[in-house]
Design a protein around this ligand. Structure first.
Ligand SMILES: [Zn+2]
Ligand SMILES: [Zn+2]
Length: 494
């Protein structure tokens, strides 16, 4: 995770007495001078995100906090108290504070107050707004940092059914909550909720995960500000060594806009968003948005910038994920639980495994690039190049942070494994109880199994016989596999 500017300024500030302090600070930014509603909304949300330090929190942190708060198995529509929200948000920031290197500190209590106040304001932005489990999940998932594609995968897990298809009514409820964010920032006229939105986003009969994730590059109109907020974050530190044709600033940071009609006419993002134009150029001219500065840099330089997060536009917008829900997911439905939501422990474990693999791959890649850089730099005489050295330092820091995160992930994975094991035992016991019951009443109604038998995995449905749990348990602890093995034996015996 990369620290952003402004953290220095925020540190040490006393908790504001006025709960709506964040809106006062937002107004001071004068974002309302931006004419383009999408950019205006994205800028406002990015400000809120950074001011609350939510940009340092990713969806996996949110999943952990929701789980720790015991909300993962609670009905999405259930109301929750403000105290419970405060506890969840406070644990989110306390955990963040522990993860951050000692050189970067945050004030968890201040972040908690600001974020809770903002969430409550968002809920209040709609008449009869009610704070529900879904509100909390939708708002945190939309506003947190990390990768957009990971956030959307989580959202999809909340709005899809057990066959991996989008459920329109659930997506509609998600939109209703997520669009409270722009509404709270007075952007409701452009991005407010209407009951026909969900259907217009996905008119197709059946929407699977990858189609849903396409909104990373091709978002529906009501959510255009979301990928833009992530792009804003990605270009925040991109520097273009050219001056703006309007404000004549010395170089520009962020997006750069080039007029396709007036030769050499370029605007910084502040001027373009506010509709500034000079000379023969008009703000009706078509402009091209640039998120990087291409100079005749060496291949090494490009490799480094890729590592630092500037993704080339030629890469696919998101990886392709398997659309059939994984078999291990089904375990959640087998166990007798009050509700079987997709973010139960098993899913969290899957996601964590994926992330661990991704992180390992990235560490490997960083090492390779670092080694390459070390070999190249003496030949090129650039070992004293301060920019390169700074980049290398950043690389090393990022590697350390990734490794730290990796070890904390492994810890939670171990924890999840223990819980999975417990669930397996429960399942086994239930199975034996069912078997004993079935043996006792097998003559009563042979053609009509009781409802409880239908729900049991041990029932003699063809699916149950074709199901080989061991296949999907590669990599899990021996005890868990053993639990499955015993469970199968007992099934054969009955
Ligand atoms: Zn300018
Ligand atoms: Zn022009």
């Amino acid at each position: 995770m990369v620290m952003e500017e402004g953290d220095q300024r925020d540190r040490g500030r006393a908790t504001p007495l006025d709960g709506r302090q964040i809106f006062v600070e937002l107004a001071e930014q004068n974002f309302d001078a931006i004419c383009l509603s999408t950019y205006r909304t994205a800028c406002k949300l990015r400000f809120i995100q950074k001011r609350c330090n939510l940009h340092l929190i990713d969806i996996y942190n949110v999943i952990e906090a929701v789980r720790d708060a015991g909300l993962n198995a609670v009905e999405l529509n259930a109301s929750i108290s403000v105290t419970r929200l405060e506890n969840l948000v406070s644990s989110l920031f306390n955990q963040l504070s522990k993860r951050l290197p000692t050189t970067h500190t945050i004030a968890p209590q201040e972040s908690t107050v600001l974020l809770v106040e903002f969430i409550l304001a968002a809920i209040d932005s709609e008449p009869d707004g009610r704070l529900t489990v879904l509100s909390v999940k939708a708002i945190l998932a939309t506003l947190c940092g990390g990768k957009l594609v990971d956030k959307l995968r989580y959202v999809f897990s909340q709005v899809s059914d057990s066959t991996g298809g989008l459920v329109q009514s659930k997506f509609d409820s998600f939109l209703r909550e997520a669009l409270k964010l722009p509404t709270a920032l007075h952007e409701g006229p452009s991005f407010g909720y209407t009951p026909t939105l969900a259907r217009s986003c996905f008119p197709q009969q059946r929407v699977m995960l990858n189609m849903f994730l396409d909104m990373v590059s091709d978002p529906p109109q009501c959510l255009v500000w979301l990928p833009l907020m992530h792009r804003l974050a990605n270009v925040e530190h991109v520097y273009h060594p050219v001056s703006c044709s309007y404000c004549r600033g010395n170089g520009m940071t962020g997006f750069r806009y080039r007029c396709l009609r007036c030769r050499g006419y370029q605007l910084c993002q502040n001027c373009f968003w506010r509709g500034n134009a000079s000379g023969s150029h008009s703000n009706q001219h078509q402009m091209k948005e640039h998120s990087s500065w291409k100079s005749p840099a060496s291949k090494l330089g490009r490799a480094l910038s890729r590592t630092l997060g500037c993704v080339s536009s030629r890469e696919p917008p998101h990886p392709i994920y398997p659309e059939e829900p994984e078999r291990t997911l089904n375990l959640a439905n087998i166990v007798y639980a009050p509700a079987a939501h997709a973010d139960t422990h098993c899913t969290a474990q899957n996601i964590l495994t994926l992330t661990a693999e991704e992180i390992l791959a990235e560490i490997k890649r960083l090492r390779a690039e670092h080694d390459a850089a070390c070999q190249l730099s003496p030949e090129k005489g650039s070992s004293t190049n301060p920019t390169l050295l700074a980049e290398l330092r950043l690389l090393r820091q990022r590697k350390d942070e990734l490794e730290q995160r990796m070890s904390s992930l492994q810890e939670s994975r171990r924890e999840l494994m223990v819980q999975l094991e417990g669930l397996m035992k429960l399942l086994k016991d239930e199975e034996q109880r069912q078997a004993a019951q079935a043996a006792g009443s097998s003559h009563a109604s042979p053609s009509r199994p009781s409802p409880s038998t239908v729900r049991s995995v041990g029932a003699a449905s063809p699916h149950a016989h074709m199901y080989h749990p061991q296949d999907s348990l590669a990599g899990v602890g021996g005890d868990v596999q053993e639990a499955f093995a015993q469970e199968n034996e007992s099934r054969i015996r009955t």
